[in-house]
Design a protein around this ligand. Structure first.
Ligand SMILES: NC(=O)c1ccc[n+]([C@@H]2O[C@H](COP(=O)([O-])OP(=O)(O)OC[C@H]3O[C@@H](n4cnc5c(N)ncnc54)[C@H](OP(=O)(O)O)[C@@H]3O)[C@@H](O)[C@H]2O)c1
Length: 212
């Protein structure tokens, strides 16, 4: 598969390196050509501009800070349909000071991106830090990491599920794009707990106990 990545930071590197290692063609697009080239060299991918990444291949990973997303999409011509119908994977977290969602009171990040682009948006990979996505494979003692996917387009969901399996993780269908805001809020909650030194895994009962 051909995968364009918008961004050359931590998430771009963590996921792009894994996908390149799994045999996909990955193009890293950044505002800095030097950083894109350096990352492409490390990850065995190609380097390009944000515009080139947005139009590259079968899927595009949006790996930019939330506050940079709207402006970047405008520059890419989203309003003129440049990303219409493209498969866009949104791993962003709109988490501001106090671990509050900066999207509070409005549509969630993934919904806003879908509305701005007309892309087939799948929310995924936002719920864990890049250090986990760099593990080969991302797994803990009780098995591979489960990756919640929220989206409305069946073909896009199947494609992202395959990319999840390529990491050695387990895709978890978590509902339509209307559920993405809950995943975003859950992640903000988790980040807050981690930063306060708490282990959220201790909050959760075994499945059988929760559903008895
Ligand atoms: N890191 C994590 O553990 C993690 C986990 C889950 C989700 N996320 C989410 O994933 C997204 C990316 O996070 P990250 O950790 O990869 O960030 P990062 O390491 O800071 O990288 C951000 C990338 O976005 C680019 N960028 C920043 N502002 C820009 C602008 N105005 N226009 C164009 N490009 C811009 C940066 O380019 P320059 O290098 O030129 O500055 C860099 O390539 C964020 O939304 C974050 O919340 C992060």
């Amino acid at each position: 598969m051909r995968i364009g990545i918008l961004g050359t930071g931590n998430m771009a590197e963590a996921l792009g390196t894994q996908w390149a290692g799994a045999g996909h063609q990955v193009l890293f697009g950044g505002r800095s050509p030097e950083r894109a080239r350096a990352l492409a060299a490390r990850a065995c991918g190609k380097a390009g501009t944000l515009r080139e990444a947005a139009s590259f291949g079968d899927a595009v990973l949006l790996a930019l800070p939330h506050e940079a997303v709207a402006g970047t999409l405008r520059e890419l011509g989203a309003a003129d349909g440049a990303l219409h119908d493209r498969l866009l994977i949104d791993c962003t977290n709109a988490v501001g000071p106090g671990f509050r969602l900066t999207t509070e009171g409005g549509p969630g990040a993934a919904r806003a991106i879908a509305d701005a682009t007309g892309a087939r948006v799948i929310k995924a990979f936002n719920h864990l830090p890049d250090t986990v996505w760099r593990l080969t494979p991302p797994a803990f003692a009780d098995g591979p990491v489960a990756v919640p996917l929220c989206g409305d387009d069946e073909e896009a969901l199947r494609t992202v599920a395959a990319l999840v399996r390529d990491l050695g993780c387990a895709p978890l269908r978590a509902g339509g794009l209307d559920r993405a805001a809950y995943l975003e809020a859950t992640t903000a909650f988790l980040i807050g707990l981690w930063h306060s030194g708490h282990d959220p895994r201790t909050l959760l009962p075994p499945f059988e106990a929760a559903t008895a």
